[in-house]
Design a protein around this ligand. Structure first.
Ligand code: NAD
Length: 491
């Protein structure tokens, strides 16, 4: 379907935009109406090799000799330039993802800039450690640690929060002095490509930040993670992809940080503030059309308030305005692609077969003719499924949640934990003792009490169990993006 007049998105290698050396390209399709957004140059194995070679060389150039304060100044300049080019980033993100302007303009793009600022400041203030030692001869030794960049970092990111999640890795990696080859999702290549231009504008040396476009297996993703000169891989995406990337990282014993899938639960106790719990559940299930790794797909509600809770959540969900990114008051856009919608609709089918009661949604909404090529879907609420249903066991990553009653605190904790995943959980209760008692028992990297997705970028972020390995955020990111070296001086 390639089109000569369409916008082109190229790879960004060693400070230049280049097409794929094998002349391959793929289409970037709008999830809003199925139209062509851009034609994207697919990086060949040799293009990926060039990007990695440029990144390796840049480690020892001016970037490698740069003071921490100069690096920090440049990262602040990147953030400032993202702010100045805010509308371009916003347009690019909305065109690729179809997400509402209200969301992309308050979360995705501002967080992209904020990610650079927090790590630019953090790196200037991070102390090293000193250990005084008494040696057997009664003299002493001084041990101290220094942080060194790990080297060339492969950044592999998904399509749900393209700018936010890519910069969540790129910013700390650069702050620590590494160089980067980024591979954004094939569904959302635009903001990563634009970031290359920003790097040039503010004076980040050529080769420090590179972007290659393409798919996973037998394409840019796999070429990159298999490249022997990549020193570490940071990945966000599906658990199954994470497993494949871990195997690639095993060759040469390279470090990996992975933020993977989830099947997040919320527990709503009868002693909650019901207004807040209802709005919170709607937000945590349907933000970004349910395509946030932290979204809630399972809600457990104490039986005495179950019926009222379901009624009110359904009522509030029905008020969500489905529409285009720029549409008046839109708070719910399409899924990212028709392919992803097919996957989500399969789970809608399974829910039906497994005997779910559908309280709202369950299909494709009626959209105007010009939007019918888009990946539209209805926000959907079910009750009545057995906990063994695939709808309850597997990550759907769509706008749907199943609400289940419980009678006892232990039972709710057991059901919330009965999953291979361990990313996020939410508790709704006004009982402080209960909050403190239950939160540590939930097997997730983060638990929110009476809120959802409230983030402080200094805190550790990551998953337990099949939801990932490692923590990123604040000083925790420095653990992954640096090699700590100890120097021992005998006195
Ligand atoms: P995905 O795993 O399909 O793809 C992610 C990236 O990996 C893409 O860039 C893709 O091209 C690349 N890729 C795929 N196969 C590869 C391979 N074999 N080698 C190298 N690269 C490969 O994930 P997605 O569908 O883009 O994103 C949705 C998933 O991401 C969901 O499971 C969601 O839960 C997860 N996610 C997790 C977090 C978190 O912080 N834990 C955040 C956002 C999304």
């Amino acid at each position: 379907m390639s089109n000569h007049s369409a916008k082109k998105i190229h790879n960004f290698i060693d400070g230049h935009y280049v097409s794929g050396s094998e002349g391959k390209s793929f289409d970037d399709i709008s999830p809003v109406d199925g139209s062509l957004v851009a034609v994207v140059s697919e990086a060949s194995k040799s293009d990926v090799d060039q990007a990695v070679t440029a990144a390796k060389k840049a480690l020892t150039g001016p970037w490698g000799q740069m003071s921490v304060s100069e690096r920090s100044r440049l990262l602040h300049a990147v953030a400032d330039r993202i702010d100045e080019r805010f509308e371009e980033f916003l347009e690019a993100e909305m065109a690729d993802t179809g997400k509402p302007r209200a969301l992309a303009s308050t979360v995705d793009i501002p967080r992209g800039a904020a990610n650079f600022r927090i790590f630019a400041d953090l790196i200037r203030n991070e102390p090293d450690h000193v250990f005084q030692q008494e040696t057997p001869d009664g003299m002493g030794a001084l041990n101290y640690t220094v942080r060194k960049p790990k080297g060339v970092i492969a950044v592999i990111s998904p399509w749900n929060l393209p700018m936010l999640l890519m910069t969540w890795k790129v910013a700390p990696a650069l702050a620590c002095g590494n160089t980067i080859v980024a591979k954004p999702s094939e569904d959302t290549p635009a903001t990563a490509a634009l970031l290359g231009d920003v790097m040039n504008e503010v004076g980040i040396p050529a080769g420090v930040f590179n972007v290659v476009h393409g798919f996973g297996p037998n394409s840019a993703g796999e070429f990159l993670t298999n490249h022997p000169n990549v020193d570490a891989i940071t990945f966000t995406g599906e658990t199954r992809t994470g497993e494949a990337i871990m195997k690639a990282a095993a060759v040469g014993v390279r470090d990996i940080s992975s933020e993977l899938g989830g099947k997040n639960a919320a527990i709503v106790f009868a002693d909650c503030d019901l207004d807040k719990a209802v709005s919170g559940a709607v937000r945590s299930s349907f933000t970004n059309c349910g395509q946030v790794c932290l979204c809630t797909e399972r809600v457990y509600v104490e039986r005495s308030i179950f019926d009222e809770f379901v009624r009110r959540v359904v009522e509030e969900t029905r008020q969500l305005r489905i529409g285009t990114p720029k549409g008046e008051g839109t708070d719910f856009g399409p899924l990212v692609s028709s392919k992803h919608r097919d996957k989500v609709l399969q789970y809608f089918e399974i829910a039906h077969t497994d005997g779910a009661t559908i309280h709202t949604g369950g299909g494709i909404p009626d959209m105007p003719k010009e939007l019918q090529g888009g990946a539209w879907i209805e926000p959907t609420i079910w009750t009545g499924l057995p906990e063994t249903s695939r709808v309850i066991r597997e990550e759907i990553f769509g706008p749907c949640c199943h609400i289940q009653p419980f009678d006892a605190e232990d039972e709710a904790i057991h059901m919330a934990n009965d999953t291979p995943y361990g990313l996020a959980s939410v508790i709704w209760t006004e009982n402080l003792s209960r909050a403190h008692r239950v939160a540590p028992l939930l097997e997730t990297g983060i638990t929110w009490v009476n809120t959802w997705n409230l983030r402080d970028l200094r805190t550790p972020f990551g998953g337990s169990k099949a939801s990932g390995i490692g923590r990123e955020g604040g000083a925790y990111s420095l653990e992954f993006y640096t090699e700590i070296k100890n120097i021992c001086i005998k006195i």
